[in-house]
Design a protein around this ligand. Sequence first.
Ligand SMILES: Nc1ncnc2c1ncn2[C@@H]1O[C@H](COP(=O)(O)OP(=O)(O)OP(=O)(O)O)[C@@H](O)[C@H]1O
Length: 908
Amino acid sequence: MTTLLRRSSNLARLSKAHIDVNICPLSSPLHRSLTRSTCHSASRTRTYATVSPGDPKDGKDANANTAGKQVKRDGSTPGKPARGFEGLYSDAGPFSHQSGSTANQQANSPQMSKLTEEEQKELDSLLGTIRKGLPASEATAVEQSFEEFKRKGIPSEIREIMANMKNRPLDLASAAKLISWTGKLARQQASKRIAEESKGFTAPQSDENQKEKSKEDSKKKPGDKKIGEFTANLDTGTFLIAALVAYMLYRTVMPTENSKDITFQEFKTTFFDKGLVDKLTVINRHRVRVDLHREATGRMYPESPAQHGNFRYYFSIGSVEAFERQLEDAQNSLGIPSSERIPVSYVNETGWMNVIMPLAPTVLFVLGLYWVSRRAGGGGAGGSSGIFGIGKSKAKKFNHETDVQIRFKDVAGMDEAKQEIMEFVSFLKTPDQYQRLGAKIPRGALLSGPPGTGKTLLAKATAGESQVPFFSISGSEFVEIFVGVGASRVRDLFQNARKNTPCIIFIDEIDAVGKARAKGGFSSGGNDEREGTLNQILTEMDGFNTTDQVVVLAGTNRPDVLDKALLRPGRFDRHIAIDRPTTEGRKQIFLVHLKKIVTSEDMDHLTGRLAALTPGFSGADIANCVNEAALIAARTSADKVAMTHFEQAIERVIAGLEKKSLVLNPEEKRTVAYHEAGHAICGWFFKYADPLLKVSIIPRGQGTLGYAQYLPQGDAYLMNVNQLMDRMAMTLAGRVSEELHFDTVTSGASDDFNKVTRMATAMVTKWGMSSKIGYLFYEDDQQQQLHKPFSEATAQNIDSEVRRIVDEAYKQCRDLLTEKKKEIGLVAEELLSKEVIGRDDLVRILGKRPFEDNKEFSKYFDSTGGKSAPPPPPQELVDPPPVGDGPNVPTPGVAIQRIWDRRGNLFS
Ligand SMILES: Nc1ncnc2c1ncn2[C@@H]1O[C@H](COP(=O)(O)OP(=O)(O)OP(=O)(O)O)[C@@H](O)[C@H]1O
């Protein structure tokens, strides 16, 4: 009996009952809970890696097991080879089938070993991981190769190496073998693909195919083909090697599928008592590895994975002493003589995790540092990445051939600015012409103006026209939390630029770094950094040779705050002011943006009308408007963008979205209607006011209860006292109308009062329109709120003068509205019934306006002269146009909305 334990050949003598009972715990944990008989039947369908469910032979073999027949064969019939392993050691590997035409090829063909289902799954998950890091073309190649592995298997030698790696680390010889194998495989793959491709080339092609192909070929750049071949033939091999090595590492690190934990009891009854145990290894004093006699185990449990070389059972022990006692007892009970006892060895093994875990915090820290530095360094053109890239410039480089497609024709309505900047273009294109005559080339130009007026666009167009690279960076991108980074980024930017001459650098929002440096010793640390950056810009701009073909353009909305040193000749030599476009400019900008829009409107009329409707709009507003119109048209499933869509878009840009959810009660609606009617009447009967174009009492936007549009009298840059008085009177008309028609007044006029006060104050303190104050100019910026630049007595005079002017405007308004009380009622009632009324309605109710309107504009809006579209359904209340704060702010006549807010807040 003792020899039975050691000799596999005697295993056959074991009884069937033993096997039936004990095979269950090894199959799967699930089976443990089953009854013995169920266990057995379950064992027929279980999916060991080596057993395929549904194989007709399985049932037979299992039955043979049950009946003990197979055991009685006494090892003469080895266990059925697992499915997928049938060809493991056969000569006829899949490659030899494929390439078996010559004896030589056969000799070179590797023996292939099919992958088990689980291995295939692992391969799939590995492929999933690899795919993420690969370009699509590479991923497909790797995928195909993996498919090939699945179909044909991997060379048996590789499998053996993998199996060995379970027990010991990969040695040099095996690694060399592996690499040689993967290389071989890669070569086979590559030559197979080349053969397929060349077949494809020689295959007869139809004329059309040929043409298609030659077209595609002609599109390819000269280097493309080589790169394609390289990636197909070489990179695939590299990726295969990487994939296989990764796969094997995975198998080494995750050996769980090649081991199984059992209990001491299972170990004893299933293996020990049957003499299948070869040796035991106590690992780290708490785990025991069981080495079995493979052959005997295979014969006894043909379906068990334990027969394969890399598979081990393990069980845990409480203490070495207890284990030794138990083993001793077990061997004693079987009567095994001490000379034949199972050898037990003791080892200390360090697991991968034990090695990795102590390093984990350090690794995490380093990774974190790397990540932070990458973020800080950003990905600029200067290749800034990693901790050492933090001082690199973040400027984006646009390639003049591919990226900068903007030309001067795309920049509309700023002819003078274009004219100025044209000189830079010709300098960059033909520098000799200037240098020959000894002319110094302007270093840079400062483009200043309100937001969205096309400064960046103009800079890009300059680069596009000059056909030179374009470095674009925003002033704020120089700023970083680390001291000195800004200056170093400036250095890097200019260095890059010098390497790419001729080129253009564009620094947008230069005021972020170019603000005037602090006077006195009050600068904080933040300012020091900013000043350092500015100093570096000044130095770099000085440092150019006169022959350096680098032009620096900068954009800002606040030229007034810039440091004087930046603006001196030799740095930003040219100051190009870009204002909001005039009517003609807006027309041209509309034309540029309408090119992409599908519309059947007459372009001349459309652009003229839209330009008239959008005084004060910047280029960006216009672009937005056109896009908004297209969106509205698409929303209503229209075929083309029509005039009404544009008008709705303008209203949306000016006054915000219609608020259908906000329902006014009838009393409020009446108040709004009379309020707006008051404005409309004043606009109609005051000579210098802007006549009404459209008024609506449908709530819109944020707190806006009404909206009105006036027909501006042109792009007015100067306003006289009469115009201002009329405009103020018209602004007060809403409140006056409320006073005349209701017992009480509402908070709705607060914004009107704000405007009137600002206008009157400007007249007194800036425009010299008060005889009492005289011809003085008082700045009203924030700083002077603490220290007013005038005496208390002057302050009182200003107050009284402002009040006088507003009172005069009020009287002028009240006189008119008292006289026209009936007309206000008519307009208000019309407004209440229709919610939106237009210029034509006013003409019908009030008769023709007693003053001549701007002919250029009225041709687009009079029903006689223009093709005015029907007013779009919903809009809101209105109010007189705002006025600029200073004589050089060209916003008068701007039109448009008056916002009536329930809470009396200003929303304009
Ligand atoms: N003159 C113009 N012609 C055509 N399109 C224009 C014009 N001006 C502005 N736009 C449109 O407005 C968009 C924004 O313009 P851009 O970025 O050049 O304004 P900006 O003056 O640089 O603004 P910011 O001062 O805010 O940087 C442009 O992309 C373009 O679509």
